[in-house]
Design a protein. Structure first.
Length: 484
């Protein structure tokens, strides 16, 4: 067997195993396609001319019977659907199908989006497609697909936008960034950077924005649009503040005793700061590396550190930029290698599922072999180190149980007409169970901070030295914005 086929075979085994192991774990807890269930019910509400953001529009649909393993929400606690109105256009066609069939079809769509992401990642970072799939095995396929989350679509759209920029197709890049706006807080930095550094994109971005606004108006009407911006988003940020899957600065502040309002305000301010930092650095770094794709990839990655509403599934968005940086960064390569592996292994999830842990250890060893050193003994030691680290963290979680800070939620702060009211109560009860669970987030935070530190060094070098690849064509204001 040739090395190429060997690599492909090993990667296929790892990706399929990650999907099966994670799907089995999710179904065992009755959470299979949980996010899709909420999105689908929101779309059904729109089809029946109802507001998708209200309890009365979601409760019956989400609590209706479903096959074993599929998610079914309690009638008293429907899952909120915080997507922007235009995003429901993706789900409305699926409401024509029986729910189990629609869920499986959506799962297939997410797998296709994951394949697009892997292909684009390989082209952007100059790595093999098998290696790109290995990076996304747990972080994207395992983390998002079993829940029916939209992250694979967002990552695919951002990667396609980056590829479009590389070939000078600015209008196409703007369109893909607009599609990524189904998760607005992830796509907004890329949209801002595109508008700043590629002036030819501004008309395209304006047209895309008008299309999204018009589509939202057609689907839910102006009152629901305004309610989404002024009431739903603040309520959802407050409800999700203590959630265990949060990686935001607001979550950290809340966990260590800050009040809800202060935590959200500081987190929101940090999001704006990281947006500015990411957008500003993208221009300098794109010129230094001679890669226009940085304009999209870096800002979307930068806002993952801090913020008020960042979840574990969104960490996969940073992988393309880290893989690209590993190719071009002059200093700190070892730090980028560490960041790449830590981001590819969503430790908070795999570290708490015994069946997933040993598969993650195998994936860790393989990633070390492919991206760090082709040394079997060294790769095995790294895999064992992952297991030892997990054992230490599990011991800390079980033995060290400091009281979790769980202030009483002010009931009047969330309108009971919104599902976020009952959702917030449930989240608070879950968050009070263990005050040491944040330890499992440390590897991911370390990866993000490492990524940004190396980026800062590269940006500083860009200001004092020449570009490393001056011969590579970079799309900026000089581009007329013509499609190829």
């Amino acid at each position: 067997m040739t090395p190429l086929r060997r690599n492909a075979a090993i990667t296929i085994v790892l990706v399929v195993a990650a999907l099966l192991v994670q799907t089995a774990a999710v179904a065992r807890h009755g959470l299979f396609m949980a996010d899709f269930r909420a999105f689908s019910c929101g779309a059904q509400a729109i089809v029946h001319a109802q507001d998708p953001y209200l309890v009365r529009s979601l409760a019956v649909c989400e609590s209706s019977p479903s096959p074993p393993g599929f998610f079914r929400a309690p009638a008293s606690t429907p899952v909120p659907t915080p997507l922007p109105p235009y995003a429901y256009a993706l789900f409305i066609p699926l409401t024509l199908l029986p729910y189990p069939l629609a869920a499986l079809l959506w799962m297939g769509i997410l797998l296709v989006a994951s394949a697009v992401s892997a292909h684009a990642l390989a082209r952007l970072a100059g790595i093999g497609r098998a290696d790109a799939w290995a990076l996304l095995a747990f972080a994207l396929v395992g983390m998002s697909v079993p829940f029916g989350e939209i992250v694979p679509l967002v990552l695919a759209a951002l990667c396609l936008a980056a590829l479009a920029l590389e070939r000078g197709a600015i209008g196409t890049a703007a369109a893909w960034c607009a599609l990524a706006a189904i998760e607005p807080h992830v796509a907004l930095p890329a949209l801002c950077a595109l508008a700043l550094w590629c002036p030819a994109s501004r008309v395209w971005l304006l047209l895309a924005g008008l299309v999204l606004v018009a589509l939202s108006g057609m689907l839910v009407g102006l009152p629901a649009m305004l309610s989404y911006l002024t009431a739903v988003l603040p309520a959802h940020a407050l409800a999700e503040l203590p959630r265990d899957t949060q990686f935001s600065l607001s979550w950290i502040l809340w966990r260590f005793g800050a009040g809800d309002g202060l935590a959200l305000r500081v987190g929101s301010l940090s999001y704006l700061m990281m947006l500015v930092v990411g957008v500003t650095a993208a221009g300098a770094l794109a010129r230094r590396w001679g890669r226009a794709c940085v304009i999209v990839l870096l800002p979307a990655s930068a806002v993952l550190l801090g913020g008020a509403f960042i979840h574990i599934g969104q960490m996969a968005v940073a992988l393309p930029f880290v893989a690209l940086a590993l190719r071009y960064a002059v200093r700190g390569r070892w730090a980028l290698q560490l960041a790449l592996i830590l981001l590819a292994l969503p430790f908070q999830f795999v570290g708490r599922e015994p069946s997933a842990l040993f598969l993650a250890a195998a994936l860790c060893g393989w990633l070390v072999w492919r991206f760090v050193r082709a040394d079997a003994v060294f790769a095995l030691r790294c895999a064992l180190a992952l297991v030892v680290l997990d054992a230490a963290l599990m011991f800390a979680v079980v033995e060290w149980r400091p009281p979790a800070f769980a202030p009483v939620l002010p009931v009047q702060s969330i309108d009971p007409a919104f599902p976020q009211a009952s959702w917030a109560t449930m989240i608070r009860l879950q968050a009070a169970e263990n005050g040491a669970a944040w330890l499992f987030k440390l590897p991911t935070w370390l990866a993000l901070m490492t990524m940004l530190c190396v980026t800062a060094v590269e940006v500083q070098r860009a200001r004092v030295g020449p570009s490393t690849e001056v011969s590579t064509r970079l799309v900026f204001a000089e581009s007329a914005g013509n499609e190829p």
